[in-house]
Design a protein around this ligand. Structure first.
Ligand code: HEM
Length: 411
């Protein structure tokens, strides 16, 4: 790719129409210009790193900051990001030591051990969601797996972690679905409802923490609010963050994973014949690598001149770790553009959850949700098949994180 072509590229680069593949120009950059300077939507220049090793370096070096709200050079990808810069930051957009301090407040609920103990509950929820699909049946037409399977699983699980009472879940799920819809005004309405609900729940827990007090909000009230380490609003912000942070990525991972398995029947048969945790782990890790459904948030701004991939990122300049490209780097993964559940991926090398101190706090939770979802879906519904041609599927907007809008199936 020539330099003049490069200068005309805008980041995020659009995916091809009707495709869930990373933009081909992003992959070309890895070969021709692994540390490239592209423009954002408003013409601001930003660095884009596409090699796995450079992305790991930039996401773990102290010279680059994730303090989005206090530094004008932080790369914003859409006009709405400019609005977001007025918000009070959670730890997601703070640097250490403040980041580590806040992250630690909820870490206990997301450790690998704690999530392993949650597996039976996740299985119960997935079974329950599938019971409803079986009961509905497809005599009246195909079932949309995005709406009826991929969405309720992470939504219900996160409500459980937050301590939302069972009786409130149906109504809140409706608000979550509205929030995830693409219509701007509907999204705002869903947001407001969820905000108001979480605000009321925080007040309720401050008056009387749940019993047992192991839900996230009660834990923050007892351990952080009562001793005076955080304010009521801090708790609300953290609870809302956990509620919305990763739902869309889990939904996309489940939906795209099911689609990709259906398109690779020989690999799907491996899972159908052996739905053990080990096989589900291999499927999940490869789905996450291959699709990398949260690929636009690994962004940083240089606090001081910092060398990445042999180039100087000057203080104040923005840089994006293109994790979707990093997960297709041939120096790290053989035949990276092939979907292959037989790879033995080291989870630490999988960039789907980012890298370094800001690596996704819910990575183990998300993995177990996917493992249980894939294994159980094809065990319960082995005849599951697409109700439309793959080329008729609709995807999320071409410059946003990859996701499929609907996945109509028969079973
Ligand atoms: C498949 C599902 C998911 C994917 C692919 C994903 C991806 C990511 C990525 C790439 C980052 C790093 C951002 C950065 O470097 O700036 C991240 C951070 C984070 N994710 Fe996830 N995520 C998923 C699910 C979730 C869920 C379900 C939750 C909430 C329970 C969650 C909560 C967070 C939080 C709190 C952070 C910030 C961590 C920090 O700054 O220390 N994620 N996620």
């Amino acid at each position: 790719m020539s330099t003049s072509n490069l200068e005309s590229l805008r980041f995020p680069i659009a995916r091809a129409a009707k495709s869930n593949e990373p933009p081909k120009e992003l992959i070309q950059l890895q070969d021709t210009c692994p540390l490239a300077k592209l423009q954002l939507f408003d013409g601001t220049p930003t660095w884009i790193a596409t090699k796995h090793k450079d992305i790991c370096q930039l996401l773990s070096t102290k010279g680059l900051s994730n303090e989005r709200y206090s530094q004008p050079g932080y790369p914003e990808l859409y006009p709405s990001g400019k609005k977001a810069t007025a918000e009070t930051p959670t730890f997601v957009h703070l640097d250490d030591p403040k980041h580590a301090e806040q992250r630690a407040m909820i870490e206990e609920l997301f450790t690998r051990e704690r999530i392993a103990a949650l597996r039976p509950e996740i299985q119960r929820i997935v079974d329950h969601v599938l019971d409803a699909i079986v009961e509905k049946g497809c005599a009246q037409g195909p079932v949309d797996l995005v709406e009826d399977f991929a969405t309720p699983i992470p939504t219900r699980i996160i409500y459980g972690i937050l301590g939302v009472p069972e009786k409130d879940i149906p109504e809140l799920s409706k608000a979550s679905a509205i929030r995830l819809s693409t219509s701007g005004s509907a999204t705002d309405a869903g947001d407001k409802h969820l905000h108001d609900y979480m605000s009321a729940l925080v007040d309720k827990r401050i008056q009387a923490p749940g019993d047992p007090k192991d839900d996230l909000i009660s834990k923050l009230v007892v351990e952080q609010y009562r001793p005076g380490h955080v304010t009521r609003d801090d708790i609300q912000r953290l609870a809302y963050l956990v509620l919305v942070a990763g739902n869309a990525a889990v939904i996309s991972s489940i939906s795209l994973g099911v689609l990709t398995l259906l398109q690779n029947p020989e690999q799907l048969n491996v899972l159908k014949e052996d739905s053990s945790t080990a096989t589900a782990v291999a499927v999940t890790e490869e789905v996450l690598r291959y699709h990398t459904p949260s690929s636009l948030n690994s962004r940083r701004v240089a606090k001081q001149d910092t060398i990445v991939g042999g180039k100087i990122i000057k203080a104040g300049e923005g840089i994006v770790g293109a994790v979707q490209a990093g997960n297709r780097d041939p120096d790290m993964f053989t035949n990276p553009h092939n979907f292959d559940i037989r790879r033995d991926i080291d989870p630490d090398k999988n960039l789907a959850f980012g890298y370094g101190p800001h690596r996704c706090q819910a990575q183990w939770l998300s993995r177990v949700e996917l493992e249980v979802a894939f294994a159980t879906l094809f065990k319960r519904l082995p005849k599951l098949r697409l109700a439309v041609q793959p080329e008729d599927l609709e995807y999320t907007s071409a410059t946003q994180n990859v996701g499929v809008s609907h996945l109509p199936v028969y079973f």
